[in-house]
Every structure is written in structure tokens, then in C-alpha cells.
Design a protein around this ligand. Structure first.
Ligand code: PLP
Length: 451
């Protein structure tokens, strides 16, 4: 009884005082939170009622080492006791930020050796855009201001990152899209390789560069594998084609590794799957496994070098740029990823994950386009999968399946942009075979209930 009363009380207070991000406010206000999470362990979380759920999404694709990792909590505690906060402005420094920067430089490919820190992914992307433009200003090309991104790409919700995000729902909110961001059709490999006769050439990155003039373009940004837009892996050769295109026109290539970074795809970074080295890489989420906020931009040395050749200040920085506690947790997180061979686990579990996805496709008539790289996966639902005939949007097919999973205590994510019905699955990277099978047993039951 006491538990129920507490849940009731928390629910009422939540409705009254907490406006949730990315949640329909009316629904939240009327219904309150679906669950109030109280604790976590491994791939499992528990709510205030004492019910256990499987976290099949690592929450927001970020709790990569799973819940209840005590060493991360200890690292935070130790650092807080020693030095909880210190500024990085005016050149002040501290050991965790220096050690973490060196560690990140050792992990990232090529000469991506310099880090600027933020509190999360949106700030990281806005910082990358400012850096790109400032770099060109320092290089005497101040007209290079425009940024090209991909439709359906997700880059966050700050001014620049929401503008780069290729989803109208984000762009049209209170006129949030700044004009110098242009969205290209994603993954048009032939166009990017220069085939002017290929379909949609004018909407490709190459077509847009020709139209806008390379001399006006600062950077392009893309996720190596699109996450929130639908878990889309680019065709083989696509990242290299964009790298070549950027080199051809002197444009900076930024890859958003906020989801893909730190092992999610089975490699250290998403780009490592294709051996492409961008000019800047943005990071967040998995760098601390979500235990504490931290993000950043990792840049090639040439970008930092351009900045130090002027006497000007780069007027940009956050109070929490290089927060000591966040850096200490990130260092411990990276240490555990190496010590416990997490990347090997991701590679091994990828096979189980793919086999289970295939079984779904074999058994359930509406399931198709199953895909996974590392532990980043998805499947799609079509009314008629052979004819690629979609379900009526008002049916909310992917929502229904995710809801059926939720009723069976599994948390997944539905994606329904532009009439699609995609179900994303991205469990913590510490997952084992039996736990993956547990997830897919529930999805199987949920699909049967949906059919
Ligand atoms: N970039 C990508 C690829 C993301 O998935 C996200 C968040 O989901 C962001 C950027 C924004 O990060 P944050 O929510 O930490 O600002």
C-alpha cells in the first residue's frame, strides 16, 4: 500500500511540475508517467512499483555499460571529493581533462587529436559548426558559412544542431531552422561519386554543393549510421565518397558519433567501419555510458592550428566544458571498455542479434528490412512487405508493437517519420546471449499479439 501511495504521489507531482522533453505535453499532463524508474542493474531497470523491465534501448542509446556499474559511481565520488569542479576558461586545467583528452586522441583515427568539451551532443554539434566557420574565417574564407546535413539525420536541439537535423518536426518548431543549413537526400552513392544522370542528383550533397557554390560551404555533417532517423546504414563506399567530395572542394567533414561512438557498432567509432577519417567528430552519450553528462568535438590538428595562428579569442565555451567529475567518469568508462573487452562482446553478440532478427523476419509476415551493425539494430513493418505497401499511418503499427513489448516489460523505441514503421533495438553493450534471446522472445510474442 505504501508503495502504491508513493507512486501515486510522485505521479501527481510529476504531472504538476515536470514538463518532459520530447513527450506530448497533453498526454503527459493527463496520464502521468508510464513508469517511474527507481533503480537499474545490467540490462534491467526497476520501477517504483518494484516491476522489472529490460532496457532494450540502453535508455537513449547511451547506457552502454549497463545500469548499476559501481566503478563509474565510485570514480565520480572520488573525483567529487578531491575536486568537484574547476573552470577550463582562461587556460586553467586539471588532471582528469588532460588525461581524458590524451585518451580520446589515442582512440580516434588519424590526427583527430584535439578535444573541445561540451555537456552533450547538441552543444557538441553547435560547437563543431562554429569551429568550422571560424576555421574558414581564420583561413581568409569568411563566406564559407553554410552547412549541409542529411534528411532524417538527427543532431540535437540547440540552434545549429536543430537546424542541421533533417526532420521537419524539429525544423518547424517556432521557426527553429536557421537559413544557412541545407538538407540533402541521404545515401545517394552514385550521385556523390559524380554520376550527374543518377536520380535525385540535384538533392544529393554533390548537387547541392554545385548549386550553392563550394566557396560558400563550411562543412557537411552526418551520422556514420543514422540513429533516431531510423537506424540506416549507408551503402558501402558512401562515407568514402563524401570524404572524397569534401577533399575535392575543401569542405570540412564532420561525423556525428554521438550514438555510434565508443563501441556501439562494434568498432571504436562508426567511421572505423569504413576507415574514413573526418575533420571533426562529435561525441557524447557513450563516452560516460550516460552516468554523467559530457560531450565534445574531436578535431584534426589543422583546425586547432588555424585557431592559434590568429591573436583572436575563440569566443565560445560552456561552464561545464571539461567538467572534472564528468572527465573522471569518462576515463573510468573507457578503461572498463578496454579491460572487459566490450568491443569483442559487441562483435560476438552482433551475430546472435542478427540471427534473432532474421528469425523474426522468417516467422512474422509484416517484418522486413532487419538490420544491425554491432548492437545498433532495427526492423521495419509493412502491411505487405513484398510490395513495400505501408500500414496506414493512423494505425501506428510500430507504436503498437513497441507498446505490446512494453506491456511485456521490454522497452524499445518506435520511429514513424514520414509514414515509416521502424522498431529500433539497441541494448547495453554488456548484454549476453541469453539476454538477447530474452529480448527477442518478447518481441516475438508482441508481434504475434499485433498480428
Ligand atoms: N547527435 C545524435 C546522433 C544523437 O542521437 C543525439 C541525441 O540523441 C544528439 C546528437 C544530441 O545529443 P544531446 O541529446 O546529448 O544533446
Amino acid at each position: 500500500m505504501a508503495v502504491k501511495a508513493n507512486v501515486q504521489k510522485l505521479s501527481e507531482l510529476d504531472k504538476k511540475h515536470f514538463l518532459h522533453p520530447l513527450t506530448p505535453p497533453k498526454m503527459q499532463y493527463e496520464q502521468g508517467p508510464p513508469i517511474i524508474v527507481s533503480e537499474g542493474n545490467g540490462i534491467y531497470i526497476k520501477d517504483e512499483n518494484g516491476d522489472t523491465y529490460i532496457d532494450g534501448m540502453s535508455m537513449l542509446w547511451n547506457v552502454n555499460l549497463g545500469h548499476g556499474q559501481e566503478e563509474l559511481a565510485e570514480a565520480a565520488k572520488e573525483q567529487m571529493k578531491k575536486l568537484a569542479f574547476s573552470s577550463s576558461f582562461n587556460g586553467y586545467s586539471h588532471e582528469p581533462v588532460v588525461r581524458l583528452s590524451e585518451k580520446i586522441a589515442s582512440l580516434t583515427p588519424g590526427d583527430l587529436n584535439v578535444v573541445f568539451y561540451t555537456s552533450g551532443g547538441s552543444e557538441a554539434n553547435d560547437t563543431a559548426f562554429k569551429l568550422a566557420r571560424y576555421y574558414w574565417k581564420c583561413k581568409g574564407q569568411p563566406n564559407r558559412n553554410k552547412v549541409i546535413s542529411l534528411k532524417r539525420g538527427y543532431h540535437g536541439v540547440a540552434v545549429g544542431s536543430t537546424s542541421a537535423t533533417g526532420m521537419p518536426e524539429f525544423n518547424n518548431l517556432v521557426s527553429s531552422k536557421a537559413p544557412d543549413y541545407i538538407h540533402a537526400e541521404p545515401h545517394l552513392l552514385e550521385c556523390e561519386r559524380g554520376d550527374k544522370n543518377a536520380e535525385h542528383y540535384d538533392k544529393s550533397v554533390r548537387g547541392i554543393i554545385e548549386k550553392e557554390g563550394a566557396e560558400n560551404i563550411a562543412a557537411i555533417i552526418l551520422e556514420p549510421i543514422m540513429g533516431a532517423g531510423g537506424v540506416f546504414t549507408p551503402p558501402e563506399g558512401y562515407l568514402q565518397a563524401l570524404r572524397d567530395l569534401c577533399d575535392e572542394h575543401g569542405i570540412l567533414m564532420i561525423t556525428d558519433e554521438v550514438i555510434c561512438g565508443f563501441g556501439r557498432t562494434g568498432k571504436k567509432f562508426g567511421v572505423d567501419n569504413w576507415n574514413v577519417v573526418p575533420d571533426m567528430m562529435t561525441i557524447a552519450k557513450g563516452i560516460t555510458s550516460g552516468y554523467i553528462p559530457l560531450g565534445g568535438v574531436v578535431m584534426r590538428e589543422k583546425i586547432r592550428d588555424a585557431l592559434i595562428q590568429t591573436d583572436d579569442v575563440f569566443f565560445h565555451g560552456f561552464t561545464y566544458s571539461g567538467h572534472p567529475t564528468s572527465c573522471a567518469v569518462a576515463l573510468k568508462n573507457l578503461e572498463i571498455i578496454e579491460r572487459d573487452n566490450i568491443l569483442d562482446n559487441v562483435k560476438n553478440m552482433e551475430q546472435v542479434f542478427k540471427a534473432e532478427l532474421q528469425k523474426l523476419e522468417d516467422k512474422h509476415p509484416h517484418v522486413t528490412k532487419t538490420r544491425a551493425m554491432g548492437l545498433l539494430g532495427a526492423f521495419e513493418l509493412y502491411a505487405d512487405r513484398d510490395k513495400e505497401e505501408p500500414f496506414a499511418p493512423e494505425m501506428g503499427a510500430a507504436f503498437q508493437v513497441v507498446d505490446e513489448c512494453f506491456k511485456r516489460n521490454l522497452i524499445l523505441r518506435f520511429i514513424d517519420w514520414e509514414g515509416s514503421n521502424i522498431v529500433a533495438v539497441a541494448p547495453p553493450l554488456i548484454i549476453n546471449k541469453q539476454e538477447i534471446e530474452e529480448i527477442f522472445k518478447i518481441i516475438d510474442e508482441a508481434l504475434t499479439a499485433f498480428e
